[in-house]
Design a binder for this molecule. Structure first.
Ligand SMILES: N[C@@H](CCC(=O)N[C@@H](CS)C(=O)NCC(=O)O)C(=O)O
Length: 210
């Protein structure tokens, strides 16, 4: 059994979508980051960086923080959504790292400066909006020749998709990125994604991508 510590954010949804895709049973522990629950001692023992998501796997006794580390662990343990070796594995990992090092952090800054705190810094708004458009362009190019980011549906898609689902906050029109839009809707239609999105609690409808 897996204990899953999460909140209603893209980084949390990466893991809830994977847990649903793998059909695993798990206990959800909501960590309300708006109320500072990520700083409680009991959570710190599982997640030393005070951030969600994190898991504890009772079968192996392992606790893991960082969404991509959790995804690699679960995908390897269950032999799905991450090829075991070679070029196919390297391809999934490069896009997973692209998500962790670029797409997520940069779009996160757009949420702060464009969605939540518009007007505070013109420089930051311009810098991160420009970078967001560049990132969407990179993804669009990759998806022009590939149904999914690394060919087959993988943890790279599950990591990137929840951040794209906030395209309205990012002032991104998905029509400007038609291959991203096609991919977004394909993934949106999956049952596991519909379920995983609403962990740890039901939220308003998922943006439909039009
Ligand atoms: N690199 C980390 C980022 C995790 C992260 O930024 N989590 C946010 C929510 S999406 C959080 O817990 N924020 C609480 C805080 O910063 O205090 C990952 O991918 O797991």
């Amino acid at each position: 059994m897996i204990d899953f510590y999460t909140w209603t954010t893209p980084n949390g949804r990466k893991v809830s979508i994977l847990l649903e895709e793998l059909g695993l049973e798990y206990n959800v522990h909501p960590i309300n980051i708006g109320q500072g629950e990520q700083h409680e001692e009991s959570f710190l023992a599982i997640s030393p960086n005070n951030k969600i998501p994190a898991i504890h796997d009772h079968e192996t006794g392992i606790s893991i923080m960082e969404s991509a580390a959790i995804m690699v662990y679960l995908a390897e343990k269950h032999g799905k959504f991450l090829p075991a070796s070679g070029a196919a594995r390297a391809n999934v990992l490069q896009w997973l790292m692209w998500q962790m090092g670029g797409q997520g952090p940069m779009l996160g800054q757009v949420h702060h400066f464009v969605h939540f705190n518009k007007g505070v810094s013109d420089y930051a708004e311009e810098r991160f909006s420009t970078e967001a458009k560049r990132i969407y362009g990179v993804l669009n190019k990759q998806l022009a020749d590939n149904e999914f980011i690394a060919g087959e549906y993988s943890i790279a898609d599950m990591a990137c998709w929840p951040w794209v689902s906030r395209y309205e906050w990012q002032k991104i029109n998905l029509k400007d990125y038609p291959y991203v839009q096609r991919w977004y809707k394909t993934i949106l239609a999956r049952d596991a994604v519909q379920k995983g999105y609403h962990i740890p609690k039901a939220m308003p409808d998922i943006p439909h991508g039009d």
